[in-house]
Design a protein around this ligand. Structure first.
Ligand SMILES: NC(=O)c1ccc[n+]([C@@H]2O[C@H](COP(=O)([O-])OP(=O)(O)OC[C@H]3O[C@@H](n4cnc5c(N)ncnc54)[C@H](O)[C@@H]3O)[C@@H](O)[C@H]2O)c1
Ligand SMILES: [Zn+2]
Length: 341
């Protein structure tokens, strides 16, 4: 077990979910989860009062927040109630948001139950919901008191959902850690089979990368933007396809890499290593969406500023940087970006 600290959050990697109560306050705890997670991990949730929300991105909305807040009021929750988000990135993002605004903020924590939520969504203090078709448009920065990451909870995941988490791990490696990238290349098979040692190591290294970036720039004024590598495209892909967030990030990383090759920031051999590693982890390199549609969705992304796009691009493997591209130039560069031949 390893403990990582970030702005008052205790992030416990490799701790067993059975020990959860040791890290929670003595007072009232209300868990927020969904029926799928509750069915898979009934014993974990049994000791706590539990409120359910719907499963899936379609439920990451203000309507869900409204219903959960209503439920908290009905149950007489107050500012000392500890809210525990248990589930994937969606349950954690929504639970953290509700906790942060309920009576101007209750203490909260997470037990992330997907790989993506363990390495990314539950760490860093961004909580929120989608709004009018825009991803994560409404939200707050607020740090959970505790995040318990038990790799054992991932055994019940659908293999496709499990694999999606590796997109954020590969992203972290591409941003800041060439040795993590190489480690994944050597151990992709064991990682895919949920080998406990490999999994715990990549989860903890990824969380440390994210925690170091967030510690330096909690409110995303500078360095934290690097964590959006692949995401400008991913958010567009999520709008235009049925890919999950992690799968869209995988395609987004491939698109950003192709763009970097074109701009001379990355070699073709390095780009092939990126697509090769993602493929070894069962992740997609391209998506069946017509380019004009993808381009239009990218234009509509909230990170646009006027006629220019802020995009994070990989520089070799293990480093990335922010660039601003005029849309006219991006449109020209976009040709072939989704792997078309
Ligand atoms: N806050 C952040 O910094 C941040 C970072 C990255 C991603 N996100 C957000 O995270 C969301 C994606 O999260 P996700 O990929 O975890 O999706 P998700 O929360 O939808 O979980 C995927 C599916 O797995 C199910 N599930 C969860 N745990 C399970 C378990 N242990 N066993 C069986 N089934 C289980 C869920 O019910 C769901 O059906 C997106 O909305 C994304 O925007 C947020
Ligand atoms: Zn993401």
């Amino acid at each position: 077990m390893e403990e990582i600290t970030l702005h008052g959050s205790r992030i416990l990697v490799g701790e067993r979910a059975g020990n959860l109560s040791r890290y929670l306050p003595r007072g009232r705890v209300i868990a927020i989860t969904n029926p799928v997670v509750r069915a898979c991990h009934a014993a974990l949730l049994a000791p706590y009062e539990t409120i359910e929300m719907g499963d899936g991105e379609a439920h990451k909305t203000l309507e869900t927040v409204d219903r959960l807040a209503g439920e908290l009021v009905a149950r007489g929750a107050d500012r000392d109630t500890f809210i525990l988000g248990v589930g994937g990135g969606i349950a954690c993002d929504v639970a953290g948001f509700v906790a942060s605004i309920f009576m101007r903020g209750c203490p909260f924590g997470f037990v992330p139950t997907t790989l993506l939520a363990q390495v990314d969504a539950s760490v860093g203090g961004k909580n929120g919901v989608n709004y009018r078709g825009f991803k994560n448009m409404l939200g707050v920065f607020a740090q959970p008191r505790v995040v318990l990451c038990d790799p054992g909870l991932l055994r019940t995941l659908d293999p496709r959902v499990y694999a999606a988490g590796f997109a954020e791990i590969v992203k972290a490696a591409m941003i800041a850690d060439a040795s993590l990238f190489e480690y994944l290349e050597r151990h992709a098979g064991e990682a895919a089979r949920q080998d406990a040692g490999v999994l715990e190591r990549v989860v903890s290294v990824s969380i440390k990368i994210k925690a170091a970036i967030v510690a330096a720039d909690e409110r995303e004024r500078g360095a934290r933007r690097l964590l959006n590598l692949g995401h400008t495209f991913a958010h567009a892909i999520e709008k235009c396809s049925r890919l999950s967030h992690g799968e869209a990030v995988s395609v987004g990383l491939c698109m950003a890499s192709r763009l970097s090759v074109r701009l001379g920031l990355m070699s073709e051999a390095e780009r092939e290593r990126v697509t090769g590693l993602l493929a070894a982890l069962s992740l997609p390199a391209r998506v069946e969406v017509p380019l004009p549609e993808l381009f239009a969705a990218t234009r509509a992304d909230k990170k646009k500023s006027g006629d220019r796009l802020h995009v994070i691009l990989p520089v070799g493997i293990g480093r990335s940087e922010a660039r601003v591209l005029p849309f006219a130039e991006l449109e020209r560069l976009f040709t072939g970006l989704n792997g078309e031949v």
